[in-house]
Design a protein. Structure first.
Lengths: 171, 171
């Protein structure tokens, strides 16, 4: 019973991750881009917490891992891509901005699926999607001060880093 | 090499699923709700195809399964919830519509995570998220002819059906 409650704890925190990711999307819909970016940051905090809680309580579960990936894709894949699309990328000619946003989401999904199957511990392969999402928050904040092509470059850079074979040590 | 090409084939079709899911979200952003619903339907078609291709070629892979779940959450969880929020649910008092949309996404993620861990074949536990997403397409089409509370009821109904213990035979 206590085990169940503990597991539910970690999963509840994980679900808060996707709640903030969803709220980011809704904020983007309402053209409140600052709120959308803050919700992504809150999801980053939740994502840091759930892993810590699970490890501390010794309740790392397969279900927790699956749920974590699913929530990560929404909060750090879909939410920042749609946010930057709504802010800047929509204005590129030939739907190039749309392609960049969708490419980012695809790479995020691919990275999460690959990492779950590789089942490596100790280091990450490819830039973690949480980091990519977190890096895109300041990009969103300064979206109107930065030249458009730099935002596009950031999207393409983070997309390719996620699916790269880059190894990053876990701390 | 041929094996790799075959696997890539199924995964490419799966990635088309998330491409259509992302395009649905972008269409919602542009207030083109009819296109948003059609993109969800196209994602349903892709989701039916990739499993068929994988089974026919005998290339069901763990990575394919993970990728499938991730894409399903975007196309049949996030996309229809945001679409119906933008069409009707936003207008509910006390953010009730927002809560219903986020609840639907949470239930979708929970269902996918649980099903991946249970690893059951032969039947589904809980309404598959693809079906929930597909059912919400006509709801979106007739969103302005239906009373608002019925749309809210449909969201809550499909959410709870996804996390229920209902067993549905696979065909």
């Amino acid at each position: 019973m206590l085990d169940f409650v503990n597991k539910s704890w970690a999963n509840t925190v994980t679900l808060f991750n996707i709640v903030f990711g969803s709220l980011s999307l809704v904020s983007t819909l309402h053209e409140d881009y600052q709120a959308a970016a803050i919700f992504i940051l809150l999801a980053v905090v939740m994502d840091g917490l759930d892993g810590r809680i699970a490890r501390k309580l010794g309740i790392i579960s397969d279900m927790g891992k699956e749920l974590d990936s699913l929530c990560d894709l929404v909060s750090f894949g879909v939410a920042p891509a749609i946010l930057l699309y709504a802010q800047v990328l929509y204005s590129f000619p030939y739907s190039l901005g749309l392609i960049a946003a969708v490419f980012y989401i695809m790479c995020g999904a691919f990275r999460l699926a690959r990492f779950n199957v590789l089942n490596i511990s100790g280091y990450f392969v490819g830039l973690p999607i949480t980091l990519a999402g977190a890096f895109l928050v300041p990009v969103s904040w300064f979206a109107y001060d930065l030249p458009d092509y730099l935002i596009m470059a950031a999207m393409v850079f983070f997309s390719t880093m996620m699916v790269s074979n880059l190894k990053i040590r876990k701390y």
